[in-house]
Structure formats: C-alpha cells, structure tokens
Ligand binder design. Sequence first.
Ligand SMILES: [Fe+2]
Length: 227
Amino acid sequence: MPFQQVDDNVWLFERSIRFGPIPLPHTMTIVRLPNGGLFVHSPTNLDSTTAADLEALGTVDSIVWPSWWHDMYLREYAAAFPRAKLYGSPLLAKAQRSLVSLRVLDADAPQWAPCIDSLYVDRMRLFLDEFVFLHRPSRSLIVADLAFHVDEGRSPFTRSSFRFIGAYPGCNVPWVLKPGTKDRKYMRAKIDRILDWDFDRLIVGHADVVQTGGKDALRNAYRWLKS
Ligand SMILES: [Fe+2]
C-alpha cells in the first residue's frame, strides 16, 4: 500500500507533475466517509496499481477536482470509476462541459456533511479558483494551491526549485502567484473564514503535509495579505 495514512480515515498519495521546468509533487488526498465510501481529492495519475489501492480502501464515492488548474486525469477516472460522482470547481466545470457527468461543486451541498465542510475561494488569482475542504473528524484542512509546503527532507533540487518560486522554506504562497490576487480585501476575508475553522493539520496539493500547527502555517503563509 503506497498510500500514506495520516489519520484514521485519511490517506495521501504523491506523484510528480511539472510546473514549467520544475518537477512538482502532486498530492492526492483520500478520505473514507462514515458510510465507507471514498472522497478522492485532486486525483493523481491513474494506473492499475493506484486503482486497486483505492478499491482496497473502499468504494470510490466522490472524486473532486478542486480547481481549474487541477483538472488532470478527469476522463481516466470517469472511465475507471463509472459509478463515482465527479465534481469540479465552477471554472473547471465550465471548461469541461463535454464531460456531462461532471457536477459543479457547491459549498452548500450537503453530500458529505457532517464529515466535510467546504468553501469556495473564487477571485483567487487571475483565472484561478479553488474549493477548500475541512475534514472535521481529523481536523484536516485540504487545499490544492492555496498554499505550498516543502519539507527540509526533500532533495536539494526540489528545495532550490521551490525556493526559486518563493515557496521554500516553510509554508508559502509562491511569489509568482501573489500579483494575480487583484481583490486583496475579498481574498483576506476568505482566508480569515478558513482560519475560523477548527483544524490543525494542513494538507497541501504540493508537496508535504503539515501534520500539526497547520493553522499557524496557513496564517503565516498569508501574512502578506493585509486586511
Ligand atoms: Fe496545483
């Protein structure tokens, strides 16, 4: 089982993608819901081993592409898990209209309550949007690109690559993404709403989980975004 279990019903799985010239760790999060179904967030490349490992954990119930930038492997997962419900962010769903089974994420939708809360971070950066999720039982915040975090144990090349984009050391928003935040007051309010949630673990889409102290890490990552 290559999945990394970080809580009773939460697993992570990493594969590498590319962000321009930089190899970028891409993390998929799997949450097992109280009914035994799986909530799969930001899927990584699907191969037969990964599909079998998912099925070993439970029935794939919901697959979530949380942001327009995380639209990878949609059709592979739709084909491999025909009974799963597929969800995409509003911008992603608009761009993928031909995939008729793709549902638009809705923060008011009760399908995962009371286990998972969600918040739509629109007007995030340029044309980027993102749904973020709070898994209440494990006090885990699950994000895609809202913040990046690279551990010191990563390779020198990975660390220097992340340092180059302003995402190392610690938990950060890459400098390349900051100028795109046009409405800073609106974004600050969104971040403050997230910080009001009860979480300690921060799971990022790239690269390493913040196992404890995740709220302070996120607060610090957005210190540049003054009220
Ligand atoms: Fe991303």
